[in-house]
Ligand binder design. Structure first.
Ligand code: ARG
Ligand code: MN
Ligand code: MN
Ligand code: MN
Length: 334
């Protein structure tokens, strides 16, 4: 059993500086050693190298707008996107990295970086496991389309690309064509846990496509144990599909994980967050894990330490830290 760490120091899917420092901090906090102590072999080739944002190579515009005329409603929507070409290019290279590890039988653990990266990680997973399902842990739904987004930040949109909810590219040189490589995730293979800040347009999308979501209201009502079971019953009824777990640290309450770009009150407790990771580990079906939106430049030093520590701890739980095997309950010696 091998874990591949994919460090993604990338912040282009949103506007706050510092989220690109997330992976470096997580690794410096000792994450690699901690995973090895759980009995995994860890491959870590250093942090992913991305093209320099400040000097984009010829023909690559950081913004899709520099010389494109705005003639149609589609052009206008595209023009409001923040760094679409950069995000598309970075995510495509992340997809290849995740795919390559997955095809070698490694379990890719991607450290973000902002959540736009999940377009890449999930595409990589789907290329290696076409039946994979996605469990998305977040305060936000991250499913705005190019038309519904208010912010233009692509970290609020990765699922609209994965579910192919955006209009097709009108021509091969359109900005939208740069997202054509994104794999298709069928809506019934997505489930959310932790939502509490969903935009109006996003609510319509969730309804229209019957996407299953367990908000904090359901976590309160049923308890996290039941919610995880119901989530699995939805995306993985036979318990035979590989699972990609994408964890935005802002799903946790800001009192637990304060150093993140878009904190929202009323989130998952420390234990609820860890329980999700433990329960998914116990399915034996986890094939990829993302830990996103840790921003070690937001808030004071103690808050940063707390957030980085809890981030490492979630990764350990997803990789089996809490399987204290009694050899009585499960007989698997896990
Ligand atoms: N819904 C808001 C937007 O579209 C916030 C998204 C926050 N996403 C995140 N990955 N933290 O911009
Ligand atoms: Mn979020
Ligand atoms: Mn997110
Ligand atoms: Mn046991």
């Amino acid at each position: 059993k091998t874990v591949a760490i994919v460090g993604c120091p990338f912040s282009g899917g949103q506007s706050k500086l510092g989220v690109d420092k997330g992976p470096i901090h997580l690794v410096q906090a000792g994450l690699i050693n901690e995973i090895e102590e759980l009995g995994w072999r860890v491959v870590f080739d250093g942090h992913h190298q991305f093209e320099d944002i400040s000097t984009p190579p010829d023909g690559i515009q950081v913004n899709g707008t520099s010389d494109a005329a705005v003639n149609t409603a589609l052009d206008a929507s595209i023009a409001r996107l923040r760094s679409p070409l950069l995000v598309a290019q970075v995510c495509e290279s992340v997809a290849s990295a995740v795919q390559a590890h997955a095809e070698m039988g490694h379990l890719p653990v991607t450290l973000g970086g902002d959540h736009s990266l999940a377009m890449g990680t999930i595409s990589g997973t789907l290329r290696a496991y076409d039946q994979a399902c996605v469990i998305w842990i977040d305060a936000h739904a991250d499913i705005n389309t190019i038309h519904s987004t208010d912010s233009g930040n692509i970290h609020g949109m990765p699922l609209s690309f994965l579910l192919k909810l955006n209009p097709p590219a009108p021509s091969p040189d359109s900005v939208l064509a740069k997202f054509d490589w994104v794999s298709h995730l069928p809506a019934e293979r997505l489930v959310y846990i932790g939502l509490r800040d969903v935009d109006r347009g996003e609510k319509e999308i969730l309804k229209k496509h019957s996407i299953k979501a367990f908000s904090m209201h359901e976590v309160d009502r049923y308890g996290i144990g039941k919610v995880v079971e119901m989530a699995l019953d939805h995306v993985n009824p036979q318990r035979d599909r590989p699972i990609h777990l994408s964890f935005d640290v802002d799903a946790l309450d800001p009192s637990v994980a304060p150093s993140t770009g878009t904190p929202v009150r009323g989130g998952l407790t420390f234990r609820e967050g860890h329980y999700i990771c433990e329960a998914i580990h116990q399915t034996g079906l986890l094939v990829a894990f993302d830990l996103m939106e840790v921003n070690p430049t937001l808030a004071d030093a103690e808050s940063v330490r707390q957030t980085v520590t809890v981030g490492c701890s979630l990764v350990r739980s997803a990789l089996g830290k809490s399987s204290i095997c009694c050899r009585v309950c499960c007989q698997r010696g896990c």
